[in-house]
Ligand binder design. Structure first.
Ligand code: HEC
Ligand code: HEC
Length: 391
């Protein structure tokens, strides 16, 4: 500042002082008034408009993409340029320096001129910073992945089908394919425990969907029902548990009617005398009645039934389980309730299957025709067999 400027400034300053407006209390008073008005406005907005909340946090939902509020996105994006161990530099040191620089501004920027044309250095630094912030914000928005649909199935039809599949795998071994329950056999730790029906009218009328979801989520551990929710160490996501509940409700509750387009997938009808195939009939029956136990990590003599190949080739007695044209096949004997005995000791080697209650007679007949005709895989193969005249 040269002398001339100094005197001009002093003159202005004394003038302002004489006009009687003081920082304390005048300016402070105005500031307080304004701050209070804004405070009231915020309280009003919070009370009458509110902030839309996101859904309640769900630790089992791994599809959620967490992101900060939009005005912090630039910092969030900035952090991506900094390697993990140096996170503290990006979160504390650099923003700290920037804030300190602003804070100390009055001490190092003592220029008296205010016109923007004369403040090129300051303006270009600030301009670059603001542009970087805008750029980073846009980049953050552009790189945020699309949040996955939280439901795996959207229509009731899809939910019922998904729920039925999940029920077959996860629940049948204890509750049976129709939820009727009874005595549990072949499940470690629950041998002989009797479970009540979960498909009865009593059950359906007294339990809400939310209750079913909660039971499946946490289990009833004191009674022997394991937890299924991911958050409790189980295998099922929230959407999958919902699907099972939808399946149970639409299949067993006589008060609800399945929308006409949502037909529960059943065993494909078989014409009189036609030959069943794995694809059309067997896979569905096996899924409903057997794979809950016949999959890895279950007690089942290593007999896995999840695919055609597995059914034909796995098992401690793989060579005897399915023999084309032979009703002495172990699989046939067991599903007709004939226990297989140890030839030496006479003990039961393999029980009837399923352990608790035999399948419907019509399903057993389908297995019988399937084995007698050499266990065809596809419908086309089965049809070709039917076309061949008997020798
Ligand atoms: C390892 C065996 C086992 C498996 C597998 C199992 N449960 Fe259970 N579940 C039980 C037992 C035991 C009970 C207690 C039953 C009782 O009190 O009669 C039970 C209770 C229930 C109940 C509550 C009945 C009531 O109203 O109190 C429901 C509903 C249920 N299970 C559904 C399921 C579903 C759905 C699955 C598959 C995701 C499943 N369970 C898998 C053993 C099992
Ligand atoms: C509740 C669980 C459970 C269900 C459901 C079940 N199994 Fe089994 N299965 C077992 C167990 C356990 C064994 C081991 C032998 C035994 O304990 O009798 C076994 C063994 C077998 C074997 C002998 C395998 C071998 O190589 O020794 C056949 C065949 C078989 N099951 C067929 C079926 C068929 C077909 C179904 C469906 C209609 C079925 N099982 C449903 C539990 C089950």
């Amino acid at each position: 500042m040269n002398e001339e400027q100094k005197t001009a400034y002093k003159k202005k300053y004394t003038q302002a002082k004489q006009s009687g407006i003081r920082f304390w209390p005048h300016i402070i008073y105005k500031d307080l008034l304004m701050a209070f008005a804004i405070f009231l406005l915020l309280v009003g907005l919070a009370t009458f408009v509110g902030v839309p909340l996101e859904a309640k946090a769900d630790p089992s939902d791994s599809t959620y993409v967490p992101r900060p509020e939009w005005y912090f996105l630039f910092l969030f994006e900035f952090l991506k340029f900094i390697p993990g161990q140096l996170e503290w530099v990006g979160t504390v040191v650099i923003p700290g320096i920037a804030i300190l620089a602003l804070f100390l501004l009055p001490f190092y920027d003592k220029a008296s001129v205010r016109h923007w044309k004369k403040r090129k250095v300051g303006l270009s630094i600030m301009g670059a910073v603001v542009l970087a912030m805008i750029g980073l914000t846009f980049r953050a928005v552009a790189t945020t992945p699309e949040m996955e649909e939280t439901t795996v199935a959207s229509s009731i039809q899809e939910q019922v089908v998904l729920g039925q599949d999940l029920y077959s795998v996860q629940c049948v071994e204890c509750h049976g394919p129709d939820g009727v329950g009874g005595e549990i056999l072949g499940v470690a730790g629950l041998e002989g425990v009797s479970v009540k029906s979960i498909s009865s009218r009593d059950e359906m009328y007294t339990r809400s969907d939310a209750t079913f979801e909660a039971i499946i989520n946490y289990g009833q551990q004191d009674l022997g029902m394991p937890p299924y929710g991911l958050a409790y160490g189980g295998p099922l996501s929230k959407a999958e548990i919902e699907a099972i509940t939808v399946f149970m409700r639409y299949t067993w509750d006589d008060r609800v009617e399945l929308p006409p387009e949502a037909v529960i997938a059943g065993v494909a009808p078989l014409e009189e005398g036609a030959i069943p195939s794995y694809e059309e009939q067997i896979s569905t029956i096996v899924k409903r009645n057997c794979i809950s136990c016949h999959r890895p990590d279950k007690e089942n003599n290593n007999y896995f039934m999840e695919t055609y190949q597995e059914i034909l080739t796995t098992g401690d007695n793989a060579d005897k389980n399915l023999i084309a044209g032979d009703l002495e096949s172990y699989l046939y004997l067991t599903i007709t309730g004939t226990p297989i005995l140890d030839p030496v000791t006479g003990d039961v080697l393999i029980h009837q299957m399923p352990l608790t209650k035999l399948m419907k007679e019509e399903y057993i007949k389908i297995f019988e025709a399937w084995i007698l005709n050499g266990m065809p895989e596809t419908a086309v193969e089965a049809e070709a067999l039917s076309a061949t005249p008997e020798p």
